[in-house]
Write a protein that binds this ligand. Sequence first.
Ligand code: 6PG
Length: 252
Amino acid sequence: MNSPTIDISPDAQSLMKAAAEHVVEQASLAIKARKRFTIALAGGSTPKSLYRLLASPEYRTCLEWENIKFFWGDERHVTPNHDESNYRMAYEAMLLPLAIPEHHIHRIHGELPKAEEAAEQYEKVLRTAFKCTGSQIPQFDLILLGMGTDGHTASLFPGTDAVHESTRWVAAPWVEKFQTFRITITPVLLSQARQTTFLIAGREKSEVLHDVLEGPFQPDFLPSQVIKPTTGHLAWFLDREAAHDLSPRLSP
Ligand code: 6PG
């Protein structure tokens, strides 16, 4: 694995611009090489501004949207029109304003009664979309990730088995702190992407980010540490606030 890169922007607004440029660059590389760009979107609140920016007049003409396939890194166990739905957040911020055709949108069906069923179904969706045969594993061009203040990423939460999943592509862990199931891609897929990129903003993330990047390796407590691309590249896009506790070596 080549060494991860850390990109620190002065503030949240410039962080989103830097992230938008990064997505544009990754998309053009992928489309030039393979005539399509597969992206797994992050949920939560941080990426919403990025999705809105990509759909804005400033960036919407920079991407060949007709060659982009959209996936999700995780989803809540809710319907697609639920306030908590990661699909709904991205749909409203980007996919609807850009009129992305439905057949380019591969959401996780969090509305299914059993989260486990949604995980199994998503594995089938991925197998088809990436035309995987035999032991082949889907390789996303870009996986976008956020990180919680507890060090979780996607829906890999501290103390859950999904953090150490080494066979399944998608899991449906019970998350005690939220008393709910989640559906999430696992380290099996996360380690395969050509580009894996964390997007983290705000002072409330600075302590855990320091622990993840500069503390001892303890993925059961800090699941974001488990993200180690085998052949791809890992990047951390941060604002100055989130980078506040990093040593000068990482945050000059
Ligand atoms: C989710 C996300 C999750 C998110 C972090 C950070 O479903 O919530 O996938 O991993 O990225 O919780 O969330 P914020 O960006 O809201 O801080």
